[in-house]
Write a protein of this length. Sequence first.
Length: 53
Amino acid sequence: MRVTGEIKKGVVFIPFHFRECPANLLTNGALDPVSKIPEFKACAVKVEKMRGR
């Protein structure tokens, strides 16, 4: 993981194109009502500091 200032404040990016890291399992499983495509590219997140770090 790399923290960078290049991404706008309030935005979280997770690499999703690696088989060993199936990020789509963490995203919203809702389907677009017209196209029936999963809503993988946008979802709400909650970021919390890990305990003990």
